[in-house]
Design a protein around this ligand. Structure first.
Ligand code: AG3
Length: 275
């Protein structure tokens, strides 16, 4: 008997995967967690039925959410990740030689526990001595740490329920204050195909706070529509003008120095959301 898993993306569309095996399924105090092995994408993490990451395409998301801000900043030393309990973003951050400390603030420690067990390729850097794990609310953590981080990355789930507070203007003001004088913020901000109003709102909210605000895109096959947006807010450095050419080379599969600025070139319907 074939087993199939579906994530509904809008009322009338869904993406479906053939499942080999369910490795873990458990209710945490915050969400319904599952890690399943799929035929097409390998092991896959789901939270409340929403695909978070898979072994076969995780590199796109984790490289882009990390290397775009970290290679825009000339010398990032301290980085905060809010969410991201699978550890993929931390793994990418620690590829940068300037990093002294990467803090992971994750509300649900069971995500970390299960990803360490079943997704070691992604979670492998969570035990690195430069990684500090804080279990708790990201909004509170950001509020309590002022002028401290060179880069803040919001590696959250979708903006409904638990993660809703991570997608608003008042939180972006707090992030602004949590950043150093030349700090940069990046968040995953959904797909403009299905949620253009979310993309627009996040962009406008970030723009009201940061002097430089830009959207960039990446192709992620297991996220709704396969085409995903990220929003970047920066106090000083323009990511499109960053001199990444002279910087060190990284071991990547998706990110390249040429792609860095190219990912900010937007199709018209997305560019229109930024006007
Ligand atoms: N968090 C962003 C997942 C968003 C995907 N949305 C969806 N499938 N509807 C990814 C966490 C990876 N570190």
């Amino acid at each position: 008997m074939d087993m199939w898993l579906s994530e509904s993306q809008i009322k009338d569309a869904a993406m479906t995967y053939k499942v080999k095996e369910t490795l873990v399924r458990r209710k945490t105090p915050f969400q319904d967690l599952a890690i399943v092995d799929t035929e097409a994408f390998g092991r896959m993490l789901l939270l409340d039925g929403i695909v978070q990451t898979t072994i076969n395409d995780e590199y796109v998301y984790h490289e882009m959410i990390t290397h775009i801000p970290l290679l825009t900043h000339p010398n990032p030393k301290k980085v905060l990740v809010v969410g991201g309990g699978d550890g993929g973003t931390i793994r990418e951050i620690l590829k940068h030689p300037s990093i002294e400390k990467a803090v992971l603030c994750e509300i649900d420690e069971i995500v970390i526990e299960e990803c360490k067990k079943y997704l070691p390729e992604i979670s492998c850097a969570l035990t690195d001595p430069k990684c500090e794990i804080f279990i708790g609310d990201g909004i509170k953590y950001v509020h309590e740490h002022k002028n401290e981080f060179d880069v803040v990355i919001i590696d959250s789930t979708d903006p409904f329920g638990a993660a809703e507070g991570l997608f608003g203007g008042s939180f972006y003001k707090e992030i602004y204050e949590c950043l150093t004088d030349d700090g940069i913020f990046v968040a995953q901000t959904e797909t403009p195909f299905y949620l253009p109003e979310v993309v627009k709102k996040v962009y406008d909210d970030a723009k009201a706070v940061f002097p430089i605000t830009k959207l960039f895109m990446a192709g992620i096959p297991t996220y709704p529509s396969g085409y995903w947006s990220f929003t970047l807010g920066s106090k000083k450095y323009d990511p499109e003008k960053a001199n990444v050419i002279d910087k060190y080379d990284l071991d990547t599969k998706y990110y390249t120095k040429r792609l860095h600025s190219a990912s900010f070139v937007l199709p018209k319907f997305i560019e229109d959301l930024t006007k």
